[in-house]
Design a protein around this ligand. Structure first.
Ligand code: PLP
Length: 437
């Protein structure tokens, strides 16, 4: 049964939004047009041109890495980063075999599937590492457990969820202790900073190879696009070669390695070039949205997505909330659908998302953890207690920890669009209050 919020008396007096309030949509400024037009006027519309050179230079400088390779998507960047790590560790594979065949990779669990699908593209086996409650990212304690269980593993793929840096100092120390490589997925966190020792550095500079996304919902966008980042020229050159079909130096099309058509076009790069000057402004706007929610929701039994204020500065890409355990109204989820009910003083992600949608605002459930996804249900999942699979026992009460599943169950992403007005945001906050009545 669909709940009709328009006749639910708890919501009386609340007006529908005149125009949709988005989760996180592109924000154009006009400069994008100039560089796209210039590409068209000069006929440099393909995968070579000044816009590409400029965005690579500017992003590398911003993030503080030596080399950036502009690609068609963050997913493409992750694929080539993961393939490169696979080749470094295990050598060049035959053309019909992935570079990670027969090998495990320790992966973030609460993330978008594009972070870790390339492990499967390369025939590797993702082992999902549970999430810590302090930043909602990979738990270093669970990672250490994973190395105890699978000591031969040499590769970690770690993402920064919703623009909040994870516990990278601990994760890097663990990786160093085990001689493991790190691919850092900074797709959502461009502009977020992390204190490594006594040095502040950007996310995107914390992996052996790092990736960012310029997808339309990100903090800045080229309409699409992504980037591979590294300090190693040889590795950047290799990724650039792979991304343009792996051509050898011969006069004809000659191939000694599998190639891809993953390069960014000069048109996309034009759009991105127009966005880069606004990155810090977008971060400021997102920060104000986060703080307005935090203030506006502080009297409710909820908390915002947390970050480590001493060691990190988020880019606040996504504002999220987590409902207190005691304030959760009944809410059950199947694989494809869900059912919730109302209870005085309580609410659920299902109810809040349905309520704000009924008035014209877009939220989203927390990214469903990878270890709960049907496709990855048979992959290993490691928590702070060790093996996270099969933890319940019909004859013993209690079951194991699963922080990611808990955040998915109690959390949700709030409308976080930087064009949302204060009035619109206040109305979203009011709707959430009414859910708890
Ligand atoms: C964490 C994460 N990784 C990877 C990606 C993939 O980036 P793209 O959409 O540019 O391929 C995204 C977003 O789309 C993401 O949020």
């Amino acid at each position: 049964m669909l709940h009709d919020f328009t006749i639910d008396l708890r919501f009386s007096g609340i007006k529908k939004f005149d125009s949709k309030v988005w989760l996180s949509s592109p924000t154009m400024h006009g400069d994008e047009q100039r560089w796209v037009d210039e590409a068209i006027q000069t006929n440099w519309v393909s995968t070579v041109g000044e816009n590409i050179n400029e965005v690579e230079k500017q992003i590398a400088e911003y993030v503080g890495v030596k080399h950036a390779v502009a690609l068609s998507a963050g997913t493409a960047a992750l694929h080539l980063a993961i393939k490169l790590a696979g080749e470094k560790l295990y050598g060049q594979a035959r053309p019909n075999v992935g570079t990670l065949q027969g090998h495990r990779v320790f992966c973030s669990d609460v993330t978008f599937d594009a972070s870790i699908n390339p492990v499967a593209y390369e025939d590797g086996e993702a082992v999902f590492i549970d999430t810590e409650a302090d930043t909602w990212n990979m738990d270093p304690v669970a990672l250490e457990r994973a190395f105890e269980i699978y000591p031969e593993t040499k590769f970690i793929v770690v993402a920064h969820l919703y623009g909040t840096p994870g516990k990278m100092a601990e994760i890097k120390d663990i990786a160093d202790a085990h001689g493991a490589l790190i691919v850092e997925d900074a797709a959502e966190s461009l502009g977020a900073k992390y204190k490594l020792g006594d040095r502040w550095v950007e996310t995107g500079s914390l992996g052996d190879y790092s990736c960012i996304s310029f997808n339309g919902n990100k903090i800045i966008t080229g309409s699409s696009g992504g980037m591979f980042l590294t300090d190693c020229k040889e590795d950047a050159d290799k990724v650039r070669k792979w991304s343009t079909q792996s051509r050898e130096v011969a006069p004809w099309y000659q191939h000694e390695e599998i190639g891809y058509n993953y390069r960014m076009s000069n048109i996309i790069a034009g759009c991105l070039r127009g966005q880069i000057p606004y990155l810090d402004e977008h971060i400021q706007q997102k920060k104000m949205i986060y703080e307005r929610y935090r203030e506006g929701l502080k009297d409710l039994p909820v908390s915002m997505n947390p970050f480590d204020e001493e060691r990190s500065v988020s880019n606040f890409w996504m504002s999220c909330l987590l409902i207190d355990v005691d304030a959760m109204a009944p809410h059950v989820r199947g694989e494809m659908d869900e059912l919730w009910t109302t209870e005085p003083g309580k609410s659920s992600p299902g109810e809040i998302l349905a309520a704000i949608a009924a008035f014209g605002a877009e939220g989203r459930p927390i990214w469903k953890p990878m270890h709960m996804q049907p496709i990855y249900k048979t992959n290993a999942f490691i928590t702070t207690e060790g093996n996270g699979r099969g933890k319940s026992n019909a004859y013993i009460s209690g079951s194991g920890v699963d922080v990611g599943a808990d955040i998915f169950r109690r959390g949700l992403c709030l409308p976080s669009d930087n064009k949302m007005t204060a009035e619109q945001q206040d109305r979203v906050i009011e709707i959430i209050h009414r859910c708890f009545q």
